[in-house]
Design a protein around this ligand. Structure first.
Ligand code: ZN
Length: 100
């Protein structure tokens, strides 16, 4: 009777190595990213009249409404789970934002 161990958790998101559970070989990283929640700053609001302000806001709202819902939600709140094998995790955690 073939009874494989639990489903493999997946592949390392960096090097695509197959990860094996139960051996402490990999890390699960939950990313919970939220957009800056401060109100939008419009360009030079002091120089705008009330009507112009409304017009600006109209444009902002139009832009928001033209974004498909899924994208809009992703832009506000984004949750991801990634898996990294140990070596990749060590590299990543030193420089999680990437770049040099
Ligand atoms: Zn890896």
């Amino acid at each position: 009777m073939v009874d494989y161990e639990m489903d493999p958790p997946g592949l390392c998101d960096r090097c695509l190595k197959e990860l094996v559970s139960g051996r402490g070989e990999f890390y699960e990283i939950d990313i919970d990213a939220r957009v800056d929640s401060s109100p939008p700053i419009l360009d030079a609001p002091n120089q705008l009249s009330r009507d112009e302000m409304d017009e600006q806001w109209g444009k902002v709202i139009e832009q928001l409404e033209s974004i498909p819902q899924v994208d809009a939600e992703n832009q506000v709140h984004c949750r991801r789970r990634i898996l990294l094998c140990s070596p990749c995790f060590q590299t990543w955690i030193e420089n999680p934002a990437g770049g040099d």
